[in-house]
Design a protein around this ligand. Structure first.
Ligand SMILES: [Zn+2]
Length: 267
């Protein structure tokens, strides 16, 4: 499978190979940074999640001390390492907001590259596929893999779709609407358009209505998420809704069950 941003992904794979990293617990970001004379520090940052200051030899990565989880912090450090290794000369100082860390955000070309680097550094493809192999997507699987790779559930879910572990899609919703979505290459059925209001039957809709903040598995009629004339009434969308309170948004991992095309979809 060929993913976007091959240069960034190649750089991350190089780091993993050079350091002889064989398992997720060996991915030591401070050591990777130190090898480039870069210090990693926590600090109170206003209006940013992370910042990279480049010096003549090396630099400093500062991560916002108020970030809630180890997974968020690690993603920020890996993202800034991506800027350090990929974007020399673009900016002496990278100042990255929470939206810069979202996988679908594309306002500046450097941001998705830094995110691709971070995903490949934190969740190397072979190790990640080994961890997910043979398992149906469940909240327990997502949580277990996220914990062993020390990443957020949302970063894990996006990687799961990106690598096409199962035929599924991911939808990111904000303020009761689908902001963007991404489907694995083999997910041949169209999701509802970006900007659509969430169907009231979905867990994501419940989140914005203040009815749930818990991660939930859901079964809803296919038309709640899909916008395609081939959708049949007997199909069901099974999903896992991951709340992202930091961004006041949700991520939903979705796959189809009960359809004739879907026998191979992990249902
Ligand atoms: Zn950035």
């Amino acid at each position: 499978m060929s993913l976007e941003h091959p240069r960034a992904r190649g750089r991350a794979r190089q780091r993993i190979a050079e350091f002889g990293i064989q398992s997720p617990e060996e991915i030591d970001l401070e050591a990777l940074a130190a090898a480039r004379n870069v210090l990693v520090r926590e600090a109170a940052l206003a209006g940013a999640q992370a910042r990279l200051v480049r010096r003549k030899r090396g630099g400093v990565i500062r991560v916002h001390a108020g970030l809630g989880s180890l997974g968020q912090k690690r993603f920020c450090v890996a993202h800034e390492l991506g800027h350090l290794l990929l974007h020399e000369g673009v900016d002496q100082l990278a100042f990255c907001s929470s939206t810069d860390m979202l996988p679908g955000y594309r306002a500046r070309p450097e941001e998705p590259e830094a995110n691709a680097f971070a995903a490949d550094l934190l969740m190397p493809e072979r190790m990640f596929l080994d961890a997910c192999r043979g398992e149906r997507p469940t909240f327990g699987l997502l949580a277990g893999v996220a914990e062993s790779f020390r990443v957020t559930l949302s970063a894990m879910a996006f990687r799961y779709v990106e690598l096409g572990v199962r035929v599924c899609a991911v939808a990111h919703s904000e303020e009761g609407h689908i902001r963007w979505s991404k489907a694995a290459g083999d997910f041949r059925i169209r999701l509802r358009e970006w900007g659509s209001r969430l169907d009231g039957r979905t867990r994501a809709s419940d989140f914005f209505g203040g009815r749930t903040r818990r991660t939930n598995e859901e079964d809803v009629p296919a038309e709640a998420w899909l916008d395609d004339h081939r959708v049949e009434a007997r199909w069901t969308i099974r999903g896992i809704m991951i709340p992202m309170p930091t961004y006041d948004s949700t991520l939903s991992l979705l796959w189809v069950v009960d359809g004739s095309e879907l026998d191979a979809c992990g249902a």
